[in-house]
Design a protein around this ligand. Structure first.
Ligand code: FAD
Ligand code: SF4
Length: 373
């Protein structure tokens, strides 16, 4: 349908979000797929701009990884997840312009260029939603360290866990050895598991795991000050403010040790685990006996991201994430007109990246709808 845009360009706050403006300018819907940090921000911003937004989330309940995987606290500020994320989720759930379809999936998208028909299925129920634009925010999955090139014993040794498992234990304030429920005397973090690994084809740096390991090391020391924590890293990539917010803080205030070198293998030694590797500063091999090892697993494109890229007929970039256009000057635009992408679906992203991209995708999605009315 073609509509006359009578007030386009008038963005004064008094006029923009009124009901009459909405009815004339933005009553075409924006569909957001995925309700993690990126999708929630995209939906909120599009809804605040006056668009009617339908959000499709495949899980029952929203929030993405920080909620579904029970993150304890969020870097860089190390503030409890509920404290910073809870109010955003509440606002999303109570927004008049947002229609949440959780426990649902998009199975088909017909049409093009601002005139899409999106099929949303929930069990036996099927609905067709007309949409002017679409934001894809289906996120990432965490690497499963079971690959045959990984010699870290994740599936064999009880006391080898991942940073994802550690989040839930820290949230429950019960960071203990899984095998016997005791407070660990020594914990060794192994960095770059499933990232920067050419053998398995995951050549990228996952961007957040150095910061997350340092954050978790601080939390472990806060909960159990007598536990010794060592982080075994190839390069420490706590970029930007994370450098002093977690990296130096962990060392100077909590006595966390950092050892530079690749960890090659984890085996059992008596009741403990033995992490073997090469200390590149000292130029010699190391063996560190610890009560527990924590694997800093990286990010890969989620199954949902691959599936939705297929449904939307979107190309992937060379690492398997959704391809964006215009390089660094167009981080949320896909080659398909009217379809935008945000967050981990585009590549490894921290929360700030994901939320910023969500906001940018929302602005572009609403502008696109308005331009096409
Ligand atoms: C252990 C760990 C701790 C972390 N802690 C921090 C931290 O402290 N600070 C920080 O900045 N970053 C942190 N991160 C990174 C953070 O998790 C990501 O930046 C963030 O989750 C990306 O948000 P997203 O919305 O793009 O994706 P996700 O969080 O993955 O959300 C995607 C959503 O889309 C849904 N979905 C998937 N497929 C479909 C489909 N087909 N249809 C409908 N819905 C679908 C999913 O169910 C999910 O709800 C951490 C990562 C790890 C591994
Ligand atoms: S953020 Fe750190 S642990 Fe994660 S892949 Fe990059 S260098 Fe490795």
């Amino acid at each position: 349908m073609t509509r006359t845009n009578t007030v386009r360009g008038d963005t004064s706050p008094e006029k923009a979000p009124t009901d009459s403006w909405r009815n004339q300018q933005a009553n075409e819907k924006v569909v957001v797929i995925g309700a993690g940090p990126a999708g929630i921000q995209a939906a909120l911003d599009a809804a605040d701009l006056g668009a009617d937004v339908v959000v499709v989330e495949k899980e029952d309940g929203i929030g993405g990884k920080p909620i579904h995987e029970k993150y304890a606290a969020l870097a860089p500020d190390i503030v409890e997840t509920e404290e910073v994320y809870g109010p955003i989720i509440d606002r999303f759930l109570n927004h008049d312009n947002i229609d949440l379809r959780d426990g649902s999936e998009v199975t088909r998208v017909k049409g093009k260029k601002g005139d899409f028909t999106v099929t949303v299925e929930n069990g036996d129920d099927k609905d067709e939603v007309d949409a002017g634009s679409i934001v894809l925010a289906t996120g990432v999955k965490h690497f499963d360290p079971q690959d045959e090139t990984q010699f870290y014993g994740y599936h064999e040794l009880d006391d080898v866990i991942t940073i994802v498992d550690a989040e839930e234990m820290l949230k429950d304030e019960r960071f203990v050895r899984p095998s016997d429920g005791q407070t660990p005397e020594t914990v060794a973090f192994v960095q770059c598991v499933g990232s920067r690994d050419r053998q398995i084809g995951n050549t990228w740096c996952s961007k957040v795991c150095c910061g997350v390991a340092s954050k978790q090391a601080i939390e472990i020391k806060e909960q159990n000050p007598d536990t010794d924590v060592v982080i075994l890293y190839i390069d420490m990539r706590t970029t930007g403010f994370l450098e002093d917010q977690v990296y130096w803080k962990a060392q100077e205030e909590h006595n966390v040790q950092y050892v530079k070198g690749v960890s090659t293998e984890i085996t059992r030694k008596g009741d403990n685990v033995l992490v073997k590797g090469d200390d590149s500063t000292m130029g010699r091999p190391y063996e560190i006996e610890a009560d527990m090892a924590v694997l800093s697993v990286g990010m890969e494109p989620s199954e949902g991201t691959k599936q939705m890229a297929d449904v939307l007929d979107l190309p992937m970039e060379s690492h398997g994430f959704v391809k964006t256009e215009k390089g660094p000057m167009g981080s949320v635009e896909t080659p398909k007109e009217g379809v935008f992408v945000a967050g981990g679906a585009t590549g490894p992203s921290n929360l700030k990246d994901s939320v910023s991209m969500g906001g940018s995708a929302a602005a572009k999605a609403v502008a696109y709808v308005n331009r096409n009315q």
